[in-house]
Design a protein around this ligand. Sequence first.
Ligand SMILES: Nc1ncnc2c1ncn2[C@@H]1O[C@H](COP(=O)(O)OP(=O)(O)OC[C@H]2O[C@@H]([n+]3cccc(C(=O)O)c3)[C@H](O)[C@@H]2O)[C@@H](O)[C@H]1O
Ligand SMILES: Nc1ncnc2c1ncn2[C@@H]1O[C@H](COP(=O)(O)OP(=O)(O)OP(=O)(O)O)[C@@H](O)[C@H]1O
Ligand SMILES: NC(=O)CC[C@H](N)C(=O)O
Length: 628
Amino acid sequence: MEETRLMLAAAALNQTPMDWAGNLQNIQTAINEAKQNNTDLLLLPELAITGYGCEDMFLSPWLSEMAFNQLLQVKDMCDGITVAVGLPVFLNMRVYNTACVIRNKEIIGFTAKQFLANDGVHYEPRWFTPWPANEVQEFEMLGQKYSIGDIVYEEQGVKYAFEICEDAWRPNRPAERHMPKGVQLILNPSASHFALSKTDVRYRLVVDASKKYQCAYMYANLLGNEAGRMIYDGEVLIAQNGKLIRRNELLCFKDVDMECAEVCFSDNPEIAEVIEYLPPIDENKEVIAALSLALFDYMRKSRSRGFVLSLSGGADSSLCAVAVAEMVRRGVESLGREAFVEKALFFSAEDKARIAQLPQEEAQKAIVNKLLTCAYQGTVNSSDDTYTSAKELADSIGARFYNWTIDEEVKGYIGKIEHALGRKLTWEQDDITLQNIQARVRAPGIWMLANIQYALLMATSNRSEASVGYATMDGDTAGSISPIAGIDKAFIRQFLVWAQQELGYTGLQYVNNLQPSAELRPSEEEQTDEKDLMPYEVLNQIERLAFHDRYSPEEVYTILLEQQVAQAEVLKAWITKFYSLWSRNQWKRERYAPAFHLDDYNVDPRSWLRFPILSGGFREELKRVQDK
Ligand SMILES: Nc1ncnc2c1ncn2[C@@H]1O[C@H](COP(=O)(O)OP(=O)(O)OC[C@H]2O[C@@H]([n+]3cccc(C(=O)O)c3)[C@H](O)[C@@H]2O)[C@@H](O)[C@H]1O
Ligand SMILES: Nc1ncnc2c1ncn2[C@@H]1O[C@H](COP(=O)(O)OP(=O)(O)OP(=O)(O)O)[C@@H](O)[C@H]1O
Ligand SMILES: NC(=O)CC[C@H](N)C(=O)O
């Protein structure tokens, strides 16, 4: 029996769109590490040279030219090794999303993507042209001739070919045609965005394919918050004949995360009878890992000096605070204290020396202290409970904490408007106005802290609030980044209980005993979010059925009534409220600060769901619900 052994390697890279030097450096690091491991064939992620998220810049021919010049530099790094690296190729006025194979400093060919991702998160058909199956063409670039297309390559007698990310997600994927051509190894360079439990789907795609097509399958995803919104988990998988050979730790803080394995290719492979799948995914662990890495990358890539947060002691702002503390804990665990502080970019030599001397727990707090500043901004409508919750949480994680009241400023604005209008403002007549002015008066002070520290101001809106516009524009939505706008409120509340118990954030005990409240009305009214809106569980169910599952208002009503979520009239009222608020508040969703994409769907028009700003507001459809 003929046998060939190949040392395979795949690396996740933390790239940044158009960071030419940084991206090249990561590629160089990966190639060096692969060479040290005597690698025959190294796979790098999709569009690793330019970064995946260059958006409309892909339409500018000069970008592909720059990328080609970078490729020539990568080529020169590849002595004694074969490397597959991604870049856009501009050809006949079209742009192709390709993987280039370089073997021992020679460009062998370019494989172009056949199925373009176009699912609300990815808009590839806007930039790229899909490549037709089975076609190979010649082209000339800078005086040299190259092949591009559906190519089968060979390494020491082992035939291999590509599926580029989305290619593998389609029923008539290229692998179907690779197998009859004798391909024994499939390479998949990816830019597959993070979503809860998605790793399970990817694992199945890769390991199932390795069984079905009786081949080895190597997969490398991008890593980190590449361009602002999307997060990549840096998944690396090597599988063969239905068996997993390597899988890495996801969402690490490194720039390059590589797995290597020696893989044996023979004419008579042994195929696994049963595939061992992943155990159920712990979504709390996943969310905090993704969120903390996304914050770190956003901070360092935007060259900001940490975060500022208006900390109410409620669930949303508490989650933002814990996310920064976890960013430090996980980052230090992944990189080591010194490297983490170095990578954060703005710690002074003095700070670094001081932090280096501290015991572990104190060091963690000292780093958080540099990276997170919080302020409680009470009014006469605030409670002692929320103050205690905010203060205890900030102290327990080491954040800087300020406390001031905003009553004077609120009174000042109200007085001015009362004077101008010549009448008193009252809660009976001016409820929303009087609520909103408090939220808005909190914005300027907290922005001042952000400006003073060159820090990112965190806006604390969650996805459930965003759905119904339950937020004051330019008030609590003020901020430069909305880290949790992709997470629903019910998830947030159970997460905080889990974080208190499992991650040891004891400072969360106070918030975990509070009912979510905007605390904008006089306290005797006992305002709660759920009294103003509806139970968050129901709100989330309506939202998912309406926009993820794409049911009509009538269908949503029928499904929820069947599930006995509430009595008919109550349900009709909630559904009417949801759709009315949803439609009225699209303009707010257009205006949120950049938010991370964390779930399999999202209400952010810039990372998943587009909806008209002006619309019929579902009036006809809701009438039909009422008439049922
Ligand atoms: N299509 C459209 N395009 C552009 N603007 C549009 C618009 N439709 C209405 N508007 C404008 O929107 C404005 C109203 O929006 P806005 O001023 O934000 O206020 P609004 O949405 O009316 O009220 C804010 C809501 O959020 C709640 N809230 C506020 C703050 C914090 C929290 C919390 O959970 O802690 C909750 C509060 O209880 C209230 O229910 C109006 O001036 C209107 O002209
Ligand atoms: N007293 C306060 N001090 C500082 N910031 C506040 C205060 N009240 C509200 N805010 C800001 O306004 C945001 C919106 O309030 P919201 O009630 O939606 O969130 P939360 O208070 O964090 O959570 P919950 O809704 O569970 O009470 C808060 O996250 C916080 O940033
Ligand atoms: N870059 C891509 O082709 C991504 C699309 C693919 N469906 C994914 O989410 O993994």
